[in-house]
Ligand binder design. Structure first.
Ligand SMILES: [Zn+2]
Length: 274
């Protein structure tokens, strides 16, 4: 889970829809699973546990608002309300990385069974997927609440209803595993690069690749395994580049700097320093 710094909301933005402001401040990603928000998005209120689709949610509760993709939105609808006050949130200082990430991402071999409506096995195969784990109880609650390992994980294997498989219902684990593989290969290329100009170009490309694939924390864990270079991690995964063209005209510069949107100029806006 990418740690986030929430910018203060200037008074003139406190009654407008929150969704696009959150995208601008935090990037175009689910705040919990980090999937890119390519289809639709929800604004989730950590104080109430309620979520609203698209632009229906205003910014009054700005301090408590986060972005969700479809899968995390669905997962929290079925989550235990008892977990709500326990959750580790991306803006909590305990989520910051000074003492290592509280959620651990690791590529793991496991079996994946497809079953029909009667729970009969149709097909079984072995897959390498990125599992998320935590020792901290708040981080564990967050994994549960948003089903970050999907509802398909049963102990140490995946049991996927055939219908879900065919309809691509929840691909978060598969997608972050693909992101892991892409990031690992790019990091290996970077490690082998000799000339400083090539290193610089590959570093910039890797940063933008991860800005496109999403799954920042997964990619950070994968790249760290290959490079083991904290300074390089900073270059690839740290937050914003300085920029001077405000997206919201007329906003004071001290506020505008936090709402520059994300894209090639800043793939991961709002990332807490590490
Ligand atoms: Zn999500």
């Amino acid at each position: 889970m990418r740690p986030l710094v929430r910018p203060a909301l200037p008074p003139q933005l406190q009654h407008v829809p929150a969704a696009r402001l959150l995208v601008s401040a935090f990037g175009n990603f689910c705040s919990f699973c980090e999937r890119p928000l390519l289809d639709s998005l929800w604004v989730w209120n950590a104080k109430t546990g309620q979520s609203q689709e698209g632009d229906r949610c205003t910014s009054e509760d700005w301090e408590h608002l986060y972005l969700l993709d479809h899968n995390c939105h669905e997962a929290q609808r079925h989550a235990s309300p008892l977990d709500l006050p326990l959750l580790l949130l991306p803006t909590d200082t305990a989520a910051f990385l000074q003492e290592g990430p509280p959620l651990l991402y690791i590529l793991t071999s496991m079996s994946r069974d497809q079953v029909n409506e009667e729970q009969k096995l149709i097909q079984s195969d072995n897959v390498d997927q990125v599992l998320i784990s935590a020792s901290d109880y708040r981080a564990q609650a967050t994994i549960r609440y948003f089903a970050l390992n999907t509802a398909y994980l049963v102990k140490d294997r995946l049991v996927v209803p055939r219908q879900d498989h065919l309809s691509l219902l929840d691909r978060r684990m598969e997608q972050r595993s693909e992101a892991w593989r892409e990031a690992t290969q790019a990091a290996l290329d970077l490690r082998e690069a000799g000339q400083s100009e090539v290193v610089k170009a590959l570093t910039r490309q890797l940063r933008q690749l991860i800005g496109t694939t999403g799954f920042w924390s997964t990619c950070r864990a994968a790249v760290d395994l290959v490079l083991q270079d904290p300074q390089k991690l900073q270059e690839i995964f740290a937050a914003n580049l300085p920029a001077d063209r405000p997206v919201i005209a007329g906003l004071a510069a001290k506020h505008a700097i936090h709402f520059l949107g994300n894209g090639p100029h800043q793939p991961f806006p709002g990332t807490a320093p590490f």
